[in-house]
Design a protein. Structure first.
Length: 74
């Protein structure tokens, strides 16, 4: 599956934002992708602070699945 070049290279995304191109949509897509990943990461930190081993394990599993899916491309 092909991804737009600006989504693969953040420097080009930022350059496109400076030129007023449609890179704003690409930035929105990246933020939508990053939101659930950040949410799970923060939950993992909160459960680790509470020393809740069960939910730390579950959060790690979910975070690993999210990252694996993102890096694998599908």
């Amino acid at each position: 599956m092909a991804h737009p070049l600006s989504l693969r290279h953040p420097a080009q995304l930022l350059d496109g934002l400076g030129k007023g191109q449609a890179a704003l949509i690409d930035l929105g897509i990246l933020l939508l992708i990053a939101t659930p990943i950040a949410r799970v990461a923060f939950a993992l930190i909160a459960f680790a602070i509470e020393r809740d081993k069960l939910y730390v394990g579950i959060s790690l599993t979910v975070l690993a699945a999210l990252v694996w899916g993102m890096l694998r491309g599908g």
